[in-house]
Design a protein around this ligand. Structure first.
Ligand code: MHO
Length: 209
């Protein structure tokens, strides 16, 4: 863990934030993910009263290893941007598709990528909104790394790691992604090959991921 890296941060919404965290947590260069609420006007939203916000994920990344454009590619390929009101069984405004931007360069990249998706999509409209990011509200602890927490096997692997550590840890973000079977093949294989070690030795091995 090197806390002094000049990290960058991006926020997107693409359906359930449980899944969104897992989509991004396993990418090379992604250091941390946080599930939260953004895109609405309600002050201090909560899961049962999120108002007009969308379930979102904040992605902290090392710009030397991955950039905003690459994150956008993963965004587009990881959900159906033509759904007006959610993804699959998750129906409602809270599951809408949004790219949040920070400055004109990101807005431009987002707009270009959206036009490209629209060209691919032919008859149906890409519903994704592009919005300047105002406030990102982190969600309640029980929603952080939920794909890992809902699986007793993976939960056991991290032992009694304090919640704070769980939320800030890169290896836990990776394992959350692995638990949801959303890791890119390369990283999935890397974890596959270590899983027996992780089972035996726990957190010290996990830290090397
Ligand atoms: N119903 C979905 C997601 C709910 S959500 C985080 C699921 O069970 O995965 O709003």
């Amino acid at each position: 863990d090197s806390p002094n890296l000049p990290l960058k941060s991006a926020v997107v919404a693409l359906g359930s934030f449980w899944r969104s965290e897992a989509v991004f947590g396993c990418l090379d260069g992604v250091v941390r993910t946080t599930a939260g609420y953004a895109g609405g006007s309600k002050i201090n939203p909560a899961y049962r009263s999120l108002g007009d916000h969308a379930e979102s994920v904040q992605i902290e990344y090392d710009p030397r290893l991955i950039n905003f454009r690459q994150l956008l590619e993963v965004f587009w390929s990881s959900h159906d941007c033509r759904q007006v009101f959610g993804q699959g069984p998750d129906v409602g405004n809270q599951y809408r598709s949004i790219i949040f931007t920070n400055g004109t360069e990101e807005s431009r990249l987002a707009a270009v990528s959206k036009e490209r998706e629209q060209t691919k999509s032919k008859s149906s409209i890409v519903t994704t909104q592009i919005l300047p990011l105002s406030t990102f509200y982190p969600a309640e602890p029980e929603h952080q790394k939920f794909e890992l927490k809902r699986n007793p096997f993976f939960l056991q692997l991290i032992g009694n790691l304090p919640e704070e550590k769980l939320e800030s840890s890169s290896p836990v973000a990776k394992l959350n992604s692995y638990a949801a079977e959303l890791c890119p093949t390369k990283i999935q294989k890397q974890i596959d090959s270590k899983i027996n070690d992780i089972i035996r030795k726990g957190w010290p091995i996990l830290r090397e991921l």
